[in-house]
Design a protein around this ligand. Structure first.
Ligand SMILES: [Ca+2]
Length: 94
């Protein structure tokens, strides 16, 4: 008798397959990695996967109008990093 667990694609991130066999003394676990890049976390400006104090600090450093360069702190797309973006980030805080 065997059991097979599979977690298929979550968003565009990963496929994990776990197989366990009771007919064998050897259990096998396989991790299938096609494109293991995690889906971006909204509000995560430093890319660590969480919205934390560091992200708020980065947002505050970009406070003001967006000027040509990528304006990652403009979470609400208004063309400026402002109180609306700060409030939105606080809602996303983990
Ligand atoms: Ca972060």
């Amino acid at each position: 008798m065997s059991a097979v667990s599979q977690m298929k694609r979550l968003g565009n991130s990963s496929v994990i397959t776990l197989r366990t066999s009771q007919t064998s003394l050897v259990n096998s676990t396989s991790l299938v990695q096609d494109d293991f890049a995690a889906a971006p976390v909204e509000g995560d400006l430093d890319g660590d996967g969480f919205v934390t104090n560091a992200d708020i600090a980065l947002l505050l450093l970009d406070f003001g109008p967006c000027t040509g360069q990528p304006c990652e702190g403009d979470l609400d797309g208004t063309g400026a990093v402002d109180n609306g973006d700060l409030a939105y980030m606080l809602l996303l805080f983990s």
